[in-house]
Design a protein around this ligand. Structure first.
Ligand SMILES: Nc1nc2c(ncn2[C@@H]2O[C@H](COP(=O)(O)OP(=O)(O)OP(=O)(O)O)[C@@H](O)[C@H]2O)c(=O)[nH]1
Ligand SMILES: [Mg+2]
Length: 251
């Protein structure tokens, strides 16, 4: 078990943002695990278009719930989360999946990286902890992305598409102004934006738990197009101009 950083809990207002689509089987348990691991932390579930009891169960478990009227995907859900956090003065946003694959006990390790000066703390599935392995085209895409982003950032980034991450004040400000909503944009393009804005990115090993309920978003077809889409998302991100934060905004 990883101890939650005492500094973070004492001095920072932390918002856990959980994107959710049809996760009625797991969402309440994840909320309860977050509450156990991070007592007193606010939780926002962003549900865009679930046709099951996700929103009702999340509310009953004690989370705030934002329901979007059209499905915007994980990126659109996180954009909502960043805007909510910016409007309410949160210092940290932590993205945690609603399907139970991210262990809320590991949020403390992400917060500790923010305490050490990172703007974005990424939980890496490929940094030596746990048995998670990507296979096939997905694996090659992830290795290629890791090589490109390590070069862009100037240090090793092993898990570019991780959805388990914590963002500090400068990252919240940047992502509240714009957060990519396309498939993979919320990971690949968002990271390019962060590097361009001179935000500091750090990573810590995490365990990716098996999905035990709900519907996986992967399929053989989706995996097959992953590599080309990731490359395209990266190219688009590299040629687009996006808002940045000043160094004077440093927290
Ligand atoms: N708000 C919102 N959340 C979504 C959407 N699609 C997936 N999610 C949630 O985002 C999180 C990650 O999605 P997953 O489908 O688990 O993606 P993944 O973990 O890469 O893939 P799996 O291995 O299939 O679990 C989960 O909490 C999902 O419920 C969506 O369209 N909108
Ligand atoms: Mg998942």
């Amino acid at each position: 078990m990883i101890a939650v950083s005492a500094t973070s809990v004492r001095t920072r207002r932390v918002l856990i943002v959980m994107p959710a689509l049809n996760e009625q089987a797991s969402v309440a348990a994840v909320i309860s695990q977050v509450k156990d691991a991070l007592p007193g932390t606010d939780i926002l579930v962003v549900d865009d278009g679930s046709v099951d009891q996700t929103a009702q169960l999340a509310r009953a478990a004690g989370a705030q719930v934002a329901r979007l009227s059209v499905n915007l995907g994980v990126g659109g859900a996180m954009r909502t989360g960043f805007r909510y956090a910016a409007a309410r003065g949160y210092d940290v946003v932590v993205q945690v999946d609603s399907d139970g694959q991210h262990d809320p006990e590991e949020v403390g390790a992400l917060l500790a990286l923010l305490d050490d000066g990172a703007d974005i703390a990424m939980g890496s599935r490929f940094a030596g902890k746990g048995a998670y392995r990507a296979v096939g085209p997905r694996k090659y895409a992830m290795v290629a992305l890791s090589l490109v982003f390590s070069r862009l950032a100037g240090h090793r980034i092993t898990d570019v598409t991780s959805g388990f991450k914590a963002m500090g004040p400068r990252a919240i400000k940047l992502f509240a102004s714009y957060y990519p909503a396309e498939y993979l944009g919320d990971t690949v393009e968002a990271l390019v934006m962060a590097i361009r804005a001179n935000l500091t990115i750090a990573e810590t090993p995490v365990v990716m738990r098996e999905r035990t309920t709900g519907t996986p978003s992967h399929s053989p077809v989706k995996s097959a197009v992953y590599l080309s889409r990731a490359g395209l998302a990266l190219l688009l991100a590299l040629v687009r101009r996006r808002p940045s934060v000043d160094s004077s905004d440093a927290a």
